[in-house]
Design a protein. Structure first.
Length: 92
């Protein structure tokens, strides 16, 4: 059981930050006004995704070439959050 706990925590936080990044990106591009939830979701995606990349760096970067999707999935929340944050700052 102790082996599965870090995996469950990693995937839970990864799905949380990926969901926040996707939600922020969709909200930023569909909205015409600045909403606070877009800012919060963007920052959550950036900080949680960045922390996951820092904490689980050995796991993410040791994936073989066949598992490149795993590395890209682990890195994806940060660019999603950055893009939505930039788009949010351009809204009126």
């Amino acid at each position: 059981m102790a082996f599965f706990l870090p995996l469950v925590i990693f995937y839970t936080l990864l799905l949380f930050s990926l969901g926040a990044g996707i939600l922020a990106c969709v909200g930023a591009f569909r909205s015409r006004r600045r909403h606070r939830w877009i800012l919060v979701a963007s920052l959550l995606a950036i900080f949680v995704g960045g922390w996951l990349n820092y904490r689980y760096q050995a796991v993410l970067w040791s994936a073989t070439s066949e598992a490149l999707w795993f590395t890209l999935l682990g890195v994806a929340p940060v660019p999603l959050g950055i893009v939505s944050l930039v788009r949010w700052s351009l809204l009126t």
